[in-house]
Write a protein that binds this ligand. Structure first.
Ligand code: B16
Ligand code: MG
Length: 215
């Protein structure tokens, strides 16, 4: 029986996915890489910063050393953090607060499992930190999704077995990570139906039947 729900952050609880795109686009433009598109950005959902950079560099004819790649990742992160400076509860996606409250009221354990190293700051700024029990993020492991680590760490912190966990994700890499972790999955967002999850919904505000999902 499912007694734990682990939420992805970007694109599930908050709308920072667009800010990631803008920061990568700014970096791509600076590097003279033309044609970095929203479709490229879709492949960056849920994956680590360095792997996201590789998606950008696919369109470059220049070769970068690992050191240079880390520096470029830092640069993008500085742009991203600039856009987060004034972030507040307005970036929380519809239905997120109500869902977190409802689940906790029903005695379901609630966690966050995000690849982002900026997770603690975003949860603080949006006030979501007070609505979740445990957080696992890119600061806990360097292994990005589709590796299962970030979700397994969340389950461990919550004291739940993987088979008792349901992961809510907006990315293919994230749903794959949930499967590799031996967890159940719910796909949300514009591509929710195409992610290969066990169930899907357009967003957290669309009347998801949590009683049915969590048994
Ligand atoms: P950062 P999620 C992921 O967050 C983003 O979807 C992905 O685009 C980003 O590259 C990754 O976090 C790392 O983020 O550069 O802030 O450490 O969807 O797993 O919540
Ligand atoms: Mg996401």
């Amino acid at each position: 029986m499912i007694n734990t729900v682990i939420f992805d952050l970007d694109g599930v609880l908050v709308s920072t996915d667009e800010l990631h795109y803008e920061a990568w686009k700014r970096l791509a433009d600076e590097l003279g890489i033309s044609g970095f598109t929203k479709a490229d950005n879709e492949r960056q959902r849920g994956v680590s910063r360095l792997e996201s950079l590789e998606v950008v560099l696919e369109k470059s004819d220049k070769t970068y050393s690992l050191e240079e790649k880390y520096a470029l990742g830092e640069k993008k992160n500085a742009y991203y953090r600039e856009s987060l400076k004034n972030a507040d509860s307005s970036i929380v996606l519809p239905g997120a607060v109500e869902t977190l409250k409802l689940l906790r009221n029903r005695g379901i354990k609630v966690g966050v499992g995000s690849a982002s190293k900026n997770t603690p700051e975003i949860l603080e700024k949006t006030g979501l930190i007070g609505l979740v029990d445990k957080v696992s993020c890119g600061l806990d492991t360097d292994k990005g999704k589709p590796e299962p680590d970030v979700f397994l760490i969340a389950a461990k912190k919550l004291g739940s077995a993987p088979c008792q966990c349901l992961v809510v994700e907006d990315s293919k890499a994230g749903v794959e990570a949930a499967k590799r972790a031996g967890m159940h999955s719910l796909g949300v967002g514009p591509y929710g139906r195409t992610l290969g999850a066990e169930a899907c919904a357009p967003d957290l505000a669309s009347g998801i039947d949590w009683r049915e999902l969590c048994g």
